[in-house]
Ligand binder design. Sequence first.
Ligand SMILES: [Zn+2]
Length: 172
Amino acid sequence: MLKEPLVREYLNDIIEDENLVIVQCLLDGTNTDEEIAEKTNIKLNIVRKILYKLYDSGLASYKRSKDPETQWYTYAWKFDSETIVNHIEDKYKEHIDKLKVLLDFEENTMFFTCETKHQRFTFDEASENGFICPECGEEIKFEENNSIIKRIKEEITNYETNYNALKMKNAK
Ligand SMILES: [Zn+2]
């Protein structure tokens, strides 16, 4: 699961790359902070900090139980794979939708700009300015936006590919 680029990217917003091994431990069934610290050689207080960060983001939960002999509490942690997939799905659906709106706008709008490309104007905006750039006083001319359209399309495809791969994997 951690090999998924979207999962990694999402987790990297919450925890550092070097601490992803803690998540891997949880996924593998190691569930107490002490065991994780031992297994990963990461300091116990850091392991705890990361676990609470995950908890705070809704990606991990724990069960507390009392050891009948020592009377100490132990916390059994669990990583919530389903939640992270849902979070990512929501986030990327929103992102892809935004890109599609942007693409639609780029495809259906004529843009104008000056030689120095100070600002992009729609036809109406360019017209309001008398086809003169307010910053440099040069003429504003029609600007080809094919390369921008191409880039947005590539970005959408990229996101959709990752997104579908993630969905397929988790549907199994
Ligand atoms: Zn200008």
